[in-house]
Design a protein around this ligand. Structure first.
Ligand code: HCA
Ligand code: CU
Length: 380
């Protein structure tokens, strides 16, 4: 897995999240934050969706961001004509290809889809814009249908083709196989889009890159239809492990927290406790054995370095699982001096109380402080 590009879809897929309502001000805030973070593309809701969506799309194009601006439209000449007038850099064109969607959604056959796709692609290109063609529900589409369609659009010069796991049914291995096969058929870039219904959205994105995909769709906190898609922050966590230099130089990782906070507030959700990087306990170490090793060398129990994200680790010391190394560190943080034997003794006191009831940091701190006070008094 080498270089990859992010198509950030918080302002398109994310707008399909149950709680999302973004007014223009909020869209601009989010677009600017994503741009500052360093995403390659920002994808916007179709201007054909509503009049306000069209105006917002034009306004965002005028911001002069570094990221390229895309809008996402149905594979339909009417939509394409509206979209090319908005000032976007490119169009992400999509149509359903599975029998579910062909029979129960738009009702078109593969011959019609291929013909329309070519027409739309040639039109967008004639306007000097970038164009991606994607099949919705790729993993439940007929493989031969898909490959012939993609090879036809590749021949007319599409910039990217897209694979979309619209229903979140794909496993990492299926993703690998499909993208790998497609890689052998088309010469253009390959974009991928993964829903998270079975919790595979990050793994699938990673596998797609391993198989030769070039672009990954994300949204902040993964917001989107149902339980959403590959989250931007989680993908960064995955990618920085394998490609630290590339990822750290390209993306402003310390902005992840503020971008997630911005979007979480806008859509009125909390960041999940177990979110990669920003979950409240993502860098908390609790068991005595973990704490001791972490204090010696953080790499023992951390694959991500919190400081890469502008965050700090927390060594838990207020629990029955704590050990004296953690308490020793806390004692120093409180500005108190004790011998190791004394720290061990106060650790025992903390553990005794923690065996009876859950204790807060304040509880543990006051045990340490009052023990320290007793030591002072004994000296006097
Ligand atoms: C949807 C469309 C889409 C499109 C993905 C793409 C999907 O169902 O709302 O354009 O690549 O998941 O298929 O988001
Ligand atoms: Cu989607």
């Amino acid at each position: 897995v080498g270089r990859f590009k992010i198509i950030e879809s918080t302002l398109r897929e994310g707008e399909q999240f149950a709680n999302a309502y973004f007014d223009l001000d909020m869209k601009i805030k989010i677009a600017k934050a994503l741009d500052a973070f360093g995403v390659d593309y920002i994808e916007l809701t179709s201007p054909a969706a509503s009049e306000q969506s069209r105006q917002d799309c034009e306004a965002i194009c005028k911001l002069g961001l570094k990221a390229k601006i895309l809008t996402h439209v149905r594979c339909d000449m009417r939509d394409a004509k509206i979209a090319v007038e908005t000032g976007v850099d490119g169009l992400d064109v999509v149509i359903g290809t599975s029998h579910f969607l062909r029979e129960h959604s738009h009702g078109k056959d593969m011959a019609y889809i291929t013909k329309t796709a070519i027409e739309v692609i040639e039109y967008v290109k004639s306007k000097g814009l970038e164009v991606r063609f994607s099949s919705e529900d790729s993993f439940r589409s007929d493989l031969v249908d898909l490959l012939s369609l993609y090879s036809a659009v590749d021949k007319v010069g599409v910039n990217r083709v897209g694979i979309a796991d619209t229903v979140g049914c794909a496993s990492p291995r299926q993703v690998y196989d499909l993208v790998r096969t497609l890689r052998g058929v088309v010469s253009c870039d390959i974009e991928t889009h993964f829903h998270n219904d079975t919790g595979c959205a990050i793994a699938n994105a990673y596998c797609a890159l391993e198989a030769g995909a070039t672009h990954i769709d994300t949204s902040v906190l993964g917001i989107g239809e149902r339980n959403g898609i590959t989250p931007l922050g989680g993908l960064m966590a995955r990618m920085v492990v394998g490609e630290p230099e590339y990822v750290k130089s390209k993306y402003k990782l310390h902005m992840i927290k503020e971008i997630e906070d911005l979007v979480a507030e806008a859509v009125e959700v909390n960041t999940p406790f177990n979110n990669p990087i920003t979950g409240f306990c993502a860098f908390t170490h609790k068991a005595g054995i973990h704490a001791k090793a972490i204090l010696n060398n953080p790499s023992t129990y951390e694959i991500l370095n919190p400081s890469d994200f502008g965050l700090t680790r927390y060594v838990h010391f207020a629990s029955r699982l704590t050990g004296w190394n953690a308490v020793k560190t806390r004692t120093a943080q409180l500005g108190l001096t004790m011998t190791d034997d004394q720290v061990k003794e106060v650790t025992a006191k903390i553990k005794t109380l923690a065996d009876i009831r859950p204790i807060a940091i304040d509880d543990a701190d006051s045990i340490i402080r009052s023990y320290h006070l007793t030591l002072q008094e004994q000296k006097v």
